[in-house]
Design a protein around this ligand. Structure first.
Ligand SMILES: Cc1ncc(C[n+]2csc(CCOP(=O)(O)OP(=O)(O)O)c2C)c(N)n1
Length: 372
């Protein structure tokens, strides 16, 4: 059966690609990034991957319960987040911790979420990787498939009604295009011309379902056509192409020309999450063509060619990431778990009587056993 892995060598003509195999940039869609910005993005992609790999180790050691990562999807995630303006808002799927960190979420807060401790923004009530970072203008991860799409479209509509200059970016996988929420969100976005960028990470798989079993359409982007939503595809492993496609979509939304669906063609190099074993449904050979298109390697080659990087500096970066991770992990592990009392916070403005009773009972601890 054909899967995504077979397709990229013959990307259709409508695919935005910028970074050529020889390290030069196609002028048609070149986003004209300053070299310092490319270095900053390279660093962010390297950091994201380093954190990803370290978290998988922590899960295997039994120190955290779960991790869902972005191995292979770094250009799609960091390029698109970087193309957003400071005042814009991101609604994540669940693989985008790198985007939250890029927008200023402290690494410590992310680790606090991974350990579910008392400093976690979500007060330890969520699964690991279910982050929220309002200061970074990054909404809460919402696990039921596609729900973030309607939330993001509603948020964008509100911004439009208030006259705020805010564009909303929402991430989802290609599997999520089969959800009701995708169709509701796309229809609403099209009808009300909301300032949203709907970024579909086509990473080839929805857990064990390959993308060619997800839809009978030739592309996921073309689903936008039926809803009157501008549709583009880009090479999601090409940082420059992702920046270019997202930036054009943001500009379009900001000037009042409505939403865009961007389908970024990439590949999920890892299992779905640490709870998944992809060997049960995909052969390792499928990864080979994608290893050659590793998004980080492509930017590294570009920077080396531009004289702005050398391999030796990768070691320095890794040393730096190792130090910050060790420190953040140690801090997160020694932070206590949330108090049981915190379980009752943030639910009602004033606690109803039945909850107050339960709250008091929990705080008092177990009732003494009655003698029979
Ligand atoms: C309503 C609902 N059904 C099923 C699930 C279980 N589930 C979690 S992720 C996932 C696959 C999502 O695939 P895709 O949208 O392609 O995103 P990817 O994980 O590939 O990034 C499924 C079915 C869920 N979270 N919510």
């Amino acid at each position: 059966m054909a899967t995504n892995a077979d397709q990229p060598l013959s990307f259709p003509a409508d695919m935005i690609r910028v970074l050529r195999a020889d390290g030069t940039l196609d002028p048609e869609h070149d986003p004209h990034l300053a070299v310092d910005d490319v270095v900053a993005l390279y660093r962010a992609m390297m950091r994201t991957r380093f954190i990803d790999e370290r978290l998988v180790m922590l899960q295997r050691q039994g120190r955290i319960g779960f991790h869902i990562g972005s191995l292979g999807e770094e250009a799609t995630i960091l390029g698109s987040a970087w193309a957003m303006r400071a005042g814009d808002f991101i609604f994540p799927c669940y693989r985008e911790f790198g985007a939250a960190l890029l927008r200023g979420m402290p690494l410590q807060r992310y680790l606090d979420n991974m350990f579910g401790n008392a400093s976690d923004n979500a007060k330890g009530r969520q699964m690991p990787d279910h982050i929220t970072a309002r200061d970074a203008r990054f909404g809460s991860v919402s696990s039921p498939i596609g729900t973030q799409i309607t939330q993001a479209v509603g948020f964008a509509w509100a911004a439009k009604l208030r006259g705020d200059d805010v564009v909303t970016l929402v991430y989802f996988g290609e599997g999520s295009t089969s959800s009701n929420e995708f169709h509701n969100g796309m229809n609403f976005a099209g009808v009300y011309r909301v300032p949203a960028v709907l970024l579909c990470r086509n990473n080839g798989w929805a857990i064990s379902v390959p993308s060619d079993q997800q839809t009978a359409t030739a592309t996921f982007a073309q689903k936008g056509v039926a809803y009157g939503v501008h549709s583009v595809r880009c090479d999601g492993n090409d940082l420059f192409a992702v920046v270019s496609a997202t930036r054009a979509a943001v500009e379009r939304a900001a000037r009042g020309d409505g939403p865009t669906i961007v389908e970024a063609m990439t590949y999920r190099m890892s299992g779905h999450s640490t709870s998944d074993d992809p060997n049960a449904y995909r052969v390792d050979d499928a990864l080979a063509p994608w290893r050659e298109r590793d998004p980080i390697q492509r930017v590294r080659s570009y920077l080396i060619k531009a004289g702005a990087w050398d391999e030796g500096r990768d070691g320095e970066l890794e040393g730096e990431f190792d130090r910050e991770m060790k420190q953040a992990i140690a801090e997160a592990e020694k932070t206590p778990v949330p108090s049981i009392d915190s379980m009752f916070a943030d639910v009602f403005e004033s606690e109803p009587w039945h909850l107050r009773e339960q709250h008091q009972a929990v705080v008092q601890g177990p009732r003494p056993q009655r003698q029979h």
